[in-house]
Design a protein around this ligand. Structure first.
Ligand SMILES: [Zn+2]
Ligand SMILES: [Zn+2]
Length: 378
């Protein structure tokens, strides 16, 4: 099969390689679409803690495609549907031991033996990939592979919203404007949350955010001398009135219910040492701060404010179950019911041969306008 083999230094070689082996209970899937993730960028820069040296690997963990072969008698997919050869599926990339206490109690994403398709196992930047049958989710008719490749980041967003215990009347701030941040805004919109603000760096992404449900969007690079949170969200940022559909028209950010503080903050960028110091003063009593970004620095936390207002700081990693339902399945239902909403996140489709260009576009987002780039092997 044709595959993009990582060759180091941001380079990929498109080569013929043998089909990936299928372990017992796994399936081989002909890739229909494979999204490039922010963590793939970390991997090719040698900054990923799990895979510091990816040379020779086939990456790609945001995959959808057609089942071509099943090994052994694994027949039940995620969500309990029977899986057969020829089925169109979305692939949950998390593989686990299935036996440890975390696996057995529904927290399998915290399994010590957690491994990813596309990191530990050959991924989707190829004609074929492999995955455990019980991690395959049958796609509804009419849900295209390209959109289905969004299931993994969307499930990450669903989990973050679940751990934050967001209520419809909460005032929410999404900090960061990448694919997961936009997915969170989409999830909040679907849930009926109205008071959504976003702070980011890219005008194009922020316009998408207002189209997806944010009522206030602030470009902190342009609109603020510092971080964009302390001043701007209660100050002078204004959503793009032309493109958003959250009812009632865009309002100046200061008028978002007159809010000076937020009930929930999603911290979707790793950020430097100052990020929490700037965010915590914006958090309401009993508010929640959910950390999803990959923080590369130690961060300063105003501990007195956290104590005094009983602010909860919550980590959110991958996804698992929400009230006995796989969050990947919740993401699938949401995506299928709101295709147009979530299609805002995908900006580019490229062929496997163009994969280097795809990574370049994501490295130079300002120039390319790329948010989510999806590889479609042709
Ligand atoms: Zn990812
Ligand atoms: Zn386990």
């Amino acid at each position: 099969m044709k595959a993009a083999i990582f060759a180091g230094n941001g380079r990929f070689e498109i080569r013929e390689v043998p089909l990936p082996e299928i372990p017992e209970g796994w399936a081989r899937v002909k890739v229909g679409a494979a999204g490039i993730c922010g963590s793939d960028l970390h991997i090719i820069r040698g900054e990923h803690p799990v895979l510091p040296d990816a040379v020779g690997h086939i990456l790609g963990h945001e995959n959808a495609g057609v089942v071509t072969e099943i090994a052994g008698d694994g027949r039940w997919g995620g969500g309990g549907a029977a899986i057969a050869e020829g089925d169109r599926v979305g692939i949950e990339p998390l593989t686990t031991c299935g036996e440890c206490v975390y696996c057995r109690t529904g927290y399998y994403y915290l399994c010590e033996s957690l491994k990813h398709v596309g990191i530990a196992y050959p991924g989707g930047f190829a004609e074929y990939t492999v995955a455990p049958v019980n991690k395959l989710y049958r796609l509804p008719e009419g849900l295209a592979f390209t959109l289905a490749s969004l299931l993994d980041p969307l499930a990450v967003a669903v989990h973050a919203v679940n751990v934050a215990d967001v209520g419809v009347s909460d005032r929410v701030l999404v900090y960061g404007d990448g694919p997961v941040a936009l997915c969170i805004i989409g999830v909040l919109n679907v849930m009926g949350v109205r008071d959504i603000s976003i702070v980011g760096h890219h005008d194009r992404n922020l316009r998408k955010a207002t189209s997806m449900g944010a009522v206030c969007a602030v470009n902190s690079r342009r609109d603020s001398s510092r971080d964009g949170v302390s001043n701007d969200v209660s100050g002078y940022g204004e959503a793009d009135a032309g493109s958003h559909d959250n009812g009632g028209g865009a309002r100046p950010c200061g008028n978002v219910r007159g809010a000076k503080r937020f009930d929930v903050v999603f911290q979707c960028v790793g950020g430097g040492a100052q990020v929490m110091r700037d965010l915590i003063p914006r958090v309401e009593r009993l508010g929640r701060v959910v950390l999803l970004g990959i923080a590369t620095d130690l961060q300063l936390v105003p501990a007195f404010e956290v104590m005094a207002r009983e602010i909860r700081i919550i980590g959110s990693n991958s996804y698992g179950y929400f009230r006995q339902r796989p969050e990947f399945e919740i993401a699938l239902e949401m995506l299928d019911a709101h295709k147009l909403l979530f299609s805002h996140v995908i900006t580019h489709e490229i062929s496997l041969d163009e994969i280097e260009k795809g990574f370049e576009m994501l490295t130079e987002k300002d120039k390319s306008g790329a948010i989510k780039v999806v590889v479609v092997p042709r």
